[in-house]
Design a protein around this ligand. Structure first.
Ligand SMILES: [Zn+2]
Length: 405
């Protein structure tokens, strides 16, 4: 008698579907990802589920139980280059094991239960993150097909090579048949490990504001321009970088990062005339995000005035925070209690498919701890015991949310 593969074994098997090199590399639309889909589809069909790959490359498995809108559990199977074996994969595979547990317990759900692996959550290759969940949710994605990677290959090209028709992307819309969404994901941060919690219940997925700051001074000779007459854009930018950090330090729950710095002219003997820097601001609540942005803008203006440079802030992206549904959070907390798992409530600083789906239907997220808070790294790790606990909590949550007949 051969026992059924454990979640740990399945995580190891899936990690084998990878491009060569360290860690796991399973980019959107790649042969490695599609091979992983084939393996997973076989496992899901063996559980008695209907499996299809939709026109946006999402793998959708359906347990057509009960009636009414479906309860969807999901995450993604694509990875960043040289990523780990848990980001995304844990949510999908634990979702499969949760459905298996419900079937083994003889649970007859009152509503359909679907498992979805969303295409291109990471967006590393084309800058098209969350493409699959956006298409599934019916958000406009047709214009993304024209995006090209560094080699000039477009999303449409990659889709065709993988056997998909880019013109049919819009047909992936299925949100109208969905009533609730639950996603398990690794935390990708240190909070759960630090607190010694078994699982995390996400309160909200942080909103994000991306700004490109351009500081314009005057390029001049580094030897002949007196210090009091300089309009040094880099000196101003140095203060701006610290202002970004101070803004976050003063506002609980807010994180802010100055991530890039481009200096012009960029020479030993030239007073810098122009500097561009990127600013990433995140917060779990809209009010806190707006207040932090306002405070940062005021600081930047004051620095520009004092340094006698011009400061222009261009908005690069803006995403509102997505609060997780209160009833689903309660179900997740209760499910953790049923499994004797300690749970911590926390915000997600990273974006997830739940952020997209949660704009349309009630969504909830469960986190599993990440060892040393490490992610997007081959060293990413969550112990087999913690993965198993998270899968059990997920199964209880699905049972509670889906109801029983
Ligand atoms: Zn992920």
């Amino acid at each position: 008698l051969v026992s059924a593969p454990t979640l740990e074994r399945d995580l190891a098997t899936l990690a084998g579907f990878s491009a060569p090199g360290p860690g796991v590399t399973r980019l959107a639309w790649s042969p490695e990802l599609l091979a992983g889909y084939d393996w997973l589809a076989g496992r899901l069909r063996a559980l008695g589920l209907d499996v299809e790959i939709d026109p946006a490359g999402n793998l959708v498995a359906r347990w057509d139980a009960g009636n009414g809108p479906a309860v969807v559990v999901g995450s993604h199977l694509d990875t960043v280059p040289r990523g780990g074996r848990f980001d995304g994969a844990l949510g999908v595979l634990a979702g499969m094991h949760a459905l298996r547990m419900l079937r083994e317990r003889g649970v007859e759900p009152a509503r359909p239960l679907w498992l979805v692996a969303f295409m291109d959550e990471e967006g590393t290759r084309f800058g098209t993150s969350l493409l699959g969940s956006r298409a599934f949710a019916g958000e406009p994605v047709a214009d993304l097909a024209g995006r090209a990677d560094g080699d000039g290959v477009t999303v449409a090209d990659a889709m065709r090579a993988a056997g998909f028709d880019p013109a049919r992307l819009g047909e992936a819309r299925a949100i109208d048949r969905v009533g609730a969404y639950v996603e398990l994901h690794v935390e990708q941060g240190p909070a759960l490990e630090r607190a010694g919690a078994d699982v995390g219940v996400v309160e909200a997925i942080c909103g994000m504001v991306g700004l490109r700051a351009t500081l314009l001074g005057e390029a001049n000779h580094a030897g002949t321009t007196p210090m009091d007459l300089r309009r040094d854009a880099l000196a101003a930018a140095a203060r701006a970088v610290l202002a970004v950090r101070e803004t976050a330090l003063e506002a609980p729950g807010v994180v802010a990062t100055a991530g890039t710095l481009d200096v012009h002219a960029g020479a030993y003997n030239v007073v810098p005339g122009a500097v561009e820097l990127s600013i990433d601001l995140r917060a779990p609540r809209a009010g806190a995000l707006a207040a932090a942005e306002e405070a940062l803008r005021a600081r930047m203006a004051a620095i520009a005035a004092e340094e006698n440079v011009e400061c222009v802030l261009d908005e690069r992206h803006r995403l509102a925070p997505v609060p997780m549904d209160a009833a689903l959070r309660e179900h997740l907390r209760a499910a953790a209690a049923q499994e004797d798992a300690t749970a911590l409530e926390l915000a997600s600083g990273a974006g997830h498919d739940a952020m997209v789906i949660g704009r349309h239907v009630p969504a909830g997220m469960l986190f599993a701890p990440s060892r040393d808070g490490l992610s997007h790294n081959p060293g990413e790790h969550t112990s087999a015991a913690l993965c198993e606990t998270a899968a059990r909590v997920l199964a209880r949550a699905l049972e509670r949310i889906g109801g029983t007949r």
